[in-house]
Design a binder for this molecule. Structure first.
Ligand SMILES: [Zn+2]
Length: 396
């Protein structure tokens, strides 16, 4: 087994290369192709693998097997010399995010002493976890500020190889346990890390570094960030969303938050007013219905059916009827499924919980309540009138 020469170690800008096939092994997904050298980056260290083509065939995956790099293809390749072509847009995006991560992690450590305990590069966003859950907004801003200053200064990012024993004496941001030859990535005057990933050659290539979201949990702070092309796309998205909101409110972008606060307040007040008016309407309607109902054995039973959209009003009316002496409300609401509200003045003769239970047992549905107020639903709409007259028959 020969070690695969990793071309991206010394030239992360290599987009195509030629190599010899050393051997091919069977794989459940097709074939694993081993080359003498490769520029394809395998999934490792938080950075996802490259996409691309080998001899014109799309790669399914690139796997780091320690000494070797395996290229997963749907089938074996003919011949022994192949050309590899890297999906450069994806790779360059990863280089921006990954180098940005070095810079941002170092910036958090420099500006506030927080250490990065893990890094994840996903399709849309990247995250680092800092070793404290007390990272404040000001510290985030200071780190973001420093990180972007390092970008603006366009500092060189250099790669060098050292013996492990030698590396132990150096001041790495994070100690390494790697043995043999260790690859170090240095961002001038900011960061020295052992890393096998792909990076841009100068910090200016990272583009803007923007923190997007901060979550604190279990002694850690997770910082979501985007760099370069992603930062540009997200900024465009933000602008488009904010512009749409501003158009909706017929105001300028900067007035959107104030507008939302104002409308939310107005909506809350309108809701309160509506509730009050609904109650008043229900009360006056209830008074009328109660008056029209015939008194029998001290009770005045009001039977009434509401349309399906009037469920709230129906319930309010039921309660309002029960405020009148001897008032008993048997209210139905149309709809699929239909609903029932039974209410009576406190101390009324019936047990409405029982009345509801018996009604639902006969017509279907579920519900419950107390002696003086019970509600249920789920019975078929075409049964609702029969259910109400059945309930009334139980009262006498
Ligand atoms: Zn790195």
């Amino acid at each position: 087994m020969a070690q695969t020469q990793r071309l991206y170690y010394t030239d992360s800008y290599l987009k195509e290369f030629t190599a010899s096939i050393l051997r091919t092994e069977d794989d459940p997904r097709g074939a694993r192709v081993y080359l003498d050298r490769t520029a394809f980056y395998p999934d490792s260290g938080g950075q996802p693998s490259d996409h691309g083509e080998l001899a014109g065939v799309r790669l399914l995956d690139v796997v780091d097997e320690g000494e070797e790099v395996a290229h997963l293809l749907a089938s074996r390749l003919a011949g022994d010399a192949v050309q590899g072509n890297i999906d450069w847009a994806r790779r360059f995006d990863h280089m921006q995010q990954h180098t940005g991560q070095h810079i941002l992690s170092a910036a958090f450590e420099r500006s506030a002493g927080y250490k990065t305990v893990s890094f994840h590069l996903a399709a849309e966003i990247s995250t680092i976890d800092l070793d404290s859950d007390r990272v404040g907004a000001q510290q985030i801003e200071a780190a973001e500020e420093l990180a972007n200053r390092v970008v603006f200064e366009n500092r060189p990012v250099t790669v060098s190889f050292h013996a492990a024993a030698e590396v132990q004496k150096l001041d790495l941001r994070k100690p390494t346990e790697r043995e043999g030859e260790v690859r170090l990535v240095e961002i001038e005057g900011l960061d020295l890390s052992a890393c096998g990933g792909t990076h841009v050659s100068r910090t200016g290539g990272v583009g803007n570094i923007n923190v997007r979201k901060v979550e604190r949990a279990k002694g850690l702070t997770r910082v979501e960030f985007v760099c370069g092309g992603r930062a540009l796309r997200r900024a465009r998205q933000d602008f488009s969303i904010l512009s749409e909101a501003a158009r909706g409110f017929s105001t300028g972008l900067e007035n959107v938050p104030e507008m939302i606060a104002k409308l939310t307040q107005e909506l809350r007040e309108a809701g309160k007013l509506q509730q009050k008016m609904s109650e008043e309407l229900a009360e006056s309607e209830a008074a009328q219905l109660w008056q029209q109902a015939t008194e029998k054995n001290g009770a005045r039973v009001v039977r009434r059916l509401f349309e399906s959209a009037e469920s709230k009003r129906a319930k309010l009316t039921a309660h309002a009827i029960s405020k009148h002496a001897g008032g008993v409300a048997l209210i139905g609401v149309k709809g699929t499924p239909a609903a029932l509200f039974f209410a009576q003045a406190p101390g009324g003769r019936a047990n409405l919980s029982d009345v509801l239970k018996q009604t639902l047992a006969k017509f279907g549905g579920k519900g419950g309540g107390s002696r003086d107020f019970a509600q249920g639903g789920g019975l078929p709409e075409n049964q609702i009138e029969s259910a109400l007259s059945f309930a009334e028959s139980l009262l006498s």
